[in-house]
Ligand binder design. Sequence first.
Ligand SMILES: O=C(O)CCC(=O)C(=O)O
Length: 285
Amino acid sequence: MASALDVLITDDLVERFAVDGVVPVRGVFDPAWIDVLRTGLERHLAAPTERARTWDRDAHGRTMFWDAMAWHGVPEYEQFVRDSPAAAVAARMLGSSRIHYFFDAVFVRSAGSQFQTPWHQDEPYWSVEGSQTCTVWMPLVPVAAEHALAFVPGSHLGTTVFDQYDFGSLNPDDKHDVDRSDFSAIAEADIPDISADPERFGVVSWDLEPGDAVVFNSRILHGGSGCLPEGRDLRVFTSKWLGDDVRIRFRDVGMDPDFSGIMRDHGLADGDRPGTDLLPEIALG
Ligand SMILES: O=C(O)CCC(=O)C(=O)O
């Protein structure tokens, strides 16, 4: 008998993920998982990690809060990582026989926030490398397509090394992240101004409800989310997953979030497969 996941994640959807680098998956997380994450987010916001940043705080007091790899201190996140369908969804999309967890990141905009996430790719900022990497992006509140994260389909297959965005420069609290002043030496092009002409780039995004997810390859160009109407907030939980071809890669410049220190502390070295209790393999039920 076909499992619920087989019904949701058809071969056609997996094929579309390979071609486009992004697909929405409707109703994949039942309401109990959304409650678990909402409870976890409250616990997390009350005690963020040392990596937490406010990326934007405007004159009206509206904020955009970000934090990453909080799951070791938030039992609800750990429950989600180990027991929810997220690991199986990621493995299925990536065509991977095994799946390792990389990290969670939350993007929490207060009502009416006008902050838009800059266009970027994820994997060039990460301390791992491989084509089988993805994010499961989950809004914990309803979000309309024009405010949700947007994507340039197929851009995960490109080979241009784009200059990176300095996310460390966003926060108004003068908390510095990674020095990427040297990155321009290896960049081949600036990220194009995708918001100026979304049609030319074929930009896609979707109306989403809690329980829906967007799964995207970590090399895809994405951004543009936010800029909310008055009275609407946006709370997003993301989980990042690593498949069969992924190896640890400590980059000379531009890691953000920079987990290389904590990864080395766990005995992970350049060229290793992910592992240890920092980047654990998750059993596929
Ligand atoms: O939700 C957002 O605004 C940004 C999400 C994002 O860039 C990511 O998960 O890589």
